[in-house]
Design a protein around this ligand. Structure first.
Ligand code: ADP
Length: 269
């Protein structure tokens, strides 16, 4: 596989989108090696869709970038900032708490299960991080929150709590919430998998809009192949902790070179 010549460590100046650079990243849970010496570059503003069998380590890629899991070895940079550092004989440590907070505030992650605070309204969920983490005034956060709710088609639901919303609406609120901190990198982990089929389209439409705006780097794990074809600049086929092959959607989805990709695509239809 030939990687494109990109400098993933830089942050673009025009949109603020950040690149991601992973080198030699290994992660095991006990004896289960989930990421094996993984090298992956994502250019600033690039939209990369990660596909592959269940249990192959796709979510773990996103979680080590979000610093929710700590790799055993290797390096990860987001926008040129190093996430972890090695201590002699003692594996990787996260960079300082302050540093991790600053890196995390550059990254937005949306999960399969929406993780909204159930006792807060949709608007309050979105306002929380800008006010608490970024020191934005409540008035400004409210204006921003309403703009984002309008953007995901939920301006009318600002004062509803998650329990009053459908799964698709909850996920759209979760996406709006992750946008509220204007992240330089957005990570989407199977954000439609928990939804009833009729609710998937409304969430994909929101993701399409974000992709079209092109303000942020996007890494998406999804089983929605039509969607991958539409929004991805690059599709990465992942299996057993390693990249099997990677390239433009037309190449990977229509003319995969590797047998493992062919059998995976055959199985998902
Ligand atoms: P995928 O997203 O491709 O389905 P994951 O990254 O979720 O795969 O998981 C890869 C493997 O790592 C699976 O075998 C899973 O059971 C295991 N795993 C993931 N997270 C943990 C954890 N916190 N503790 C133990 N095992 C885990």
């Amino acid at each position: 596989m030939s990687a494109p010549e990109i400098d993933a460590s830089i942050t673009t100046s025009d949109t603020g989108a950040a690149g991601v650079r992973m080198r030699g990243v290994t992660k095991a849970f006990g004896s289960n090696v989930v990421l094996r010496d993984l090298d992956l570059d994502v250019a600033p503003g690039e939209r990369v869709v990660i596909i592959g069998p269940s249990g192959s380590g796709k979510t773990t890629i996103l979680r080590v970038i979000m610093t929710l899991e700590r790799p055993d070895s290797g390096t990860i940079q987001v926008g040129g900032k190093q996430l972890y550092h090695e201590e002699a004989g003692d594996g990787l440590k996260p960079a300082s708490e302050k540093h991790i907070r600053s890196v995390r505030s550059d990254i937005g992650m949306v999960f399969q299960h929406f993780n909204l605070f159930p006792h807060m309204t949709a608007l309050e969920n979105i306002m929380l991080a800008p006010v608490k983490v970024h020191g934005v005034s409540k008035d400004d956060a409210r204006t921003l929150g309403m703009d984002l709710l309008d953007k995901v088609g939920l301006g009318h639901a600002a004062n509803q709590t998650p329990g009053q919303l459908s799964g698709g609406q909850k996920q759209r609120v979760a996406i709006a919430r992750s946008l509220a901190t204007k992240p330089a990198v957005m990570l989407f982990d199977e954000v439609t998998s928990a939804l009833d089929p009729e609710l998937v389209g409304e969430v994909l439409n929101v993701l399409r809009d974000i992709a079209e705006e092109g303000r942020t780097t996007m890494m998406l794990v999804t089983h929605e192949m039509h969607f991958a074809r539409e929004v991805a600049d690059r599709v990465v086929m992942f299996d057993q902790g390693q990249i099997v092959e990677s390239g433009p959607p037309s190449q990977i989805l229509d003319e995969p070179r590797e047998e493992r990709t062919q059998s995976f695509l055959g199985a998902v239809g």
